[in-house]
Every structure is written in C-alpha cells, then in structure tokens.
Design a protein around this ligand. Structure first.
Ligand code: ATP
Length: 402
C-alpha cells in the first residue's frame, strides 16, 4: 500500500484568462493533515474543488488511493467536503443532517442510528439532536458539518476554510477539536486556509501557494525555519530581509557585505561564490536585543549597534523596530520576567543586536514585492503609538507627530 493516498499531477486550471492553478503536483500521505496555505486568490479552493469533482482541470490528473479519479463525478469519489459556510440543510434537524449521506446511500435505519450516534459522540453534539440548524451557534453548525461529512467514511476529508466564520476564541477551540477528531478517525485531511497560524497548528505538511503555483512544501517547522523564497518568509510569520554580496565563502559560514548595514556571517547551505549576490532572511525572534555592547561576542555570532525607533508591547513579548544604518529591523523580545525588572528598552535607546550566524537563512528566490507582506508598525497598529501602558514611557510628542 502506497503511503501517498492522494496525488495531484501537473494540475492546471484557468477561468478565462486567469490561470488559477498553474501546474501543481502534490503528494498527500495517508492519514495525515495536509494544508494548502496562501493568500486569497492563490488557487487553493480551485484545487480543492478539482479534488471534490466540482471542477474538471484543464490539464493534469488526480489520483486517489491508486485510482485515477479525474473524470469521476463527485458522488463517485470517496471524498467529502466541509464548506466555510457549512452548507447544512436548513429544513432538517441536527440528526437528519448528519444522517443524510447514509440515507442517500439507502443504508438500513439501524446502521444510520448507530453511525449517527458515533458521529454525535465524536463531535460532542449528542444533546442537540432535535434542534434545527438555524438554532445552533457557529461552532455547533461547524461540528454538524464535520459529522455529516465524516459519516460515510470518506478516504479524504476536504476542509475549505472551515473555521473562517468563527470568532478567534472559538476558532482556537475548534482547531483543537478538529485535531482530536482527526486523531480519532485517522482520515486524511486536505485543509485549505489563508491563516498561517491555523495551518501551522493543525498540519503535518503545508504547501504554500502563491499565484496558482506551489512555492514550498514542508512541515510547519521547515516552512518557518527554512523558507526558500521571500514570499514564504514574509507570508509565514515575520522576518527581516537583507541584500548582500558574498565577500568570503568556504566552510559552514560565509561573510556577507550588506550595503548600508555592514558585514555579517550567515550560515552557508547554498552554493555561493565570492562576489555573488545573496538574499537573506532573519526572523525577529532570533535577534537578542541588549542595552550594552557584549564584551566578547560568542563565536559565529553577529553583533550590530542600532537605535530603537518603535516599541510595541504585546504582553508576552515586545516588538521593536531598530534602526541599523539604512535598515530597520524587526526584533522580538520575550518577557521572561516582570516587565519593570527587565528594564525595557525605550524609543531612542542605543541597543546592540546579537544573533548566531546559523539563525539567518539564505533564500533561493527573492522578489521585492514580497516585502509588502511584512508587518510595519504604522500599518499593523494604526498610528504607530505603543500600547505599553504605564510600564513603558510615553513616546515624546514630537516623534509621535505624523
Ligand atoms: P479565496 O481564499 O479568496 O477563495 P483561493 O486561494 O481559494 O482564494 P480561488 O478561489 O481558487 O483562490 O481563486 C483563484 C483565482 O481564480 C482568483 O483569481 C479568483 O478570482 C479566480 N476565480 C475563482 N473562481 C472563479 C470563477 N468561478 N470565475 C472566474 N474566476 C474565478
């Protein structure tokens, strides 16, 4: 038995001149949660609909459990979909919604009762069986939709932004529940979302999509720690980009000259040559922010001097923007102690940033347009004013002026 349950081979789909899916090949392992993650319009739903049989691709094949299902109608595929808007039958109660699939398949009523009972237990909806779906909360509707989709044991459950209609707290709870349900039923999930947090927390594997193409496939940690392109680095989490020229190569590290910044060491896992241009990504939490210059920086560490331009207190950590030459670096400082005891850095403070050369990552592909995906203080938080309360000093009025 192959470990790949679902395969997409060279899938292409267009709507008129719009190439929604552009030569996508994916291998989805049996029993795993595989997510398609990307911004609105990148082609995730189109791919999901091709898998469900609602759309026929212009080119490419879909293989399920070793069988080519590309030309099969939806009802002959062993896949079910949970839609963002739930798509429940409003005239049926909870029980009848969940029972629907088995009744259509003309299963005996005793089996329907038993299986619906199992689904009600799985989704913790037992006490609501006679309620009309219009009387349910968003989270309860979502559970009914999941139960209805799982009842006839599909090989793959397709989930199209299943939590998008729920508020943040409920979304977080449902995510945990979905994970538990997945562990219990062991069915392969193909999960579509634009939310990186959702994808990171539920997936075994993520395919990051951009403009109809797959940018990178990997585990959540691989995608986050070792992004191949500037798109992935900026779309998943936050980062700092640098353009540099290799000054010295050889061994594990290369020395990179960055115009308007200085010379730094970066881990060298690519085939670089002296004089070659490189693009680098450095996550904000990899940088240590220090109020005094370290006396002897540890081996393979970089240290640069800068000035704090913005500080935004976020509870568990503070996000700083630090000016170093022509660069403005995002830095996260975790609050391991009570804030006053930590003596937080303030606007205008001179600071030193230190990081290990291993913690920066060299990108294979870079596009300046991807920098638009990064959060900036003024766009993320409105006016750029800190929310630090009384533990931080107020930013001087003159600097607050637009
Ligand atoms: P979203 O999360 O917003 O649904 P998505 O990543 O799922 O985005 P798709 O819905 O697959 O993306 O859309 C991919 C591209 O195809 C977009 O440019 C979209 O505008 C276009 N598109 C999708 N459906 C149609 C359609 N029925 N007719 C024309 N264009 C479409």
């Amino acid at each position: 038995m192959s470990s790949d349950l679902l395969e997409f081979h060279g899938i292409v789909h267009s709507y008129g001149p719009i190439r929604a899916v552009d030569d996508v090949t994916l291998h989805i392992r049996r029993g795993k949660v595989f997510s398609l993650l990307g911004p609105s319009g990148c082609g995730k739903t189109t791919l999901l609909r091709i898998c469900a049989g609602f759309l026929r691709p212009r080119a490419g094949r879909v293989i399920l459990d070793g069988n080519d299902i590309t030309d099969l109608p939806p009802e002959r595929r062993q896949v079910n979909t949970v839609f963002q808007n739930y798509a429940l039958f409003p005239h049926l109660n909870v029980y009848d919604n969940i029972a629907f699939g088995l009744r259509v398949a003309s299963r005996p009523e005793a089996e329907v009762r038993r299986e619906v009972g199992r689904m009600l237990d799985l989704t913790d909806m037992g006490e609501h069986i006679r309620k009309r779906v219009s009387d349910l909360s968003g989270g309860q509707k979502q559970r009914v939709a999941i139960a209805r989709a799982l009842i006839n044991h599909p090989l793959v459950l397709l989930l199209d932004e299943p939590l998008a209609a729920l508020d943040l707290k409920l979304r977080q709870r449902m995510l945990v529940e979905l994970d538990t349900i997945h562990d219990e039923v062991g069915i392969t999930f193909l999960y579509v979302t634009h939310d990186q947090g959702e994808a990171m927390s539920i997936s075994d594997t993520i395919a990051v999509m951009n403009k109809g193409r797959v940018e990178q496939i990997g585990s959540p940690a691989e995608i986050y720690e070792a992004p191949r392109s500037s798109f992935v680095a900026a779309f998943i989490g936050d980062t700092n980009f640098f353009d540099g020229v290799v000054r010295e190569a050889g061994g594990d590290y290369c020395r990179v000259g960055i115009d308007g910044f200085g010379e730094v060491l970066f881990f060298n896992d690519k085939k670089v040559r002296v004089g070659g241009a490189v693009h680098l990504s450095l996550r904000p939490e990899k940088l240590l922010i220090l109020a005094a210059e370290p006396e002897t920086p540890a081996e393979s560490h970089n240290v640069v001097k800068g000035v704090v331009e913005e500080a935004i207190y976020l509870g568990s950590h503070t996000k700083y923007w630090v000016r170093v030459g022509e660069y403005r670096l995002a830095v996260h400082r975790q609050h391991r102690r009570f804030l006053l005891d930590e003596k937080p850095m303030q606007w205008g403070d001179t600071v030193w940033l230190e990081w290990h050369a291993d913690d920066g990552y060299m990108l294979e592909r870079y596009s300046e347009a991807d920098e638009e995906l990064l959060s900036l203080p003024d766009t993320e938080y409105g006016s750029g004013e800190a929310s630090a309360g009384t533990l931080f000093e107020e930013k001087p009025a003159a600097e607050n002026a637009p």
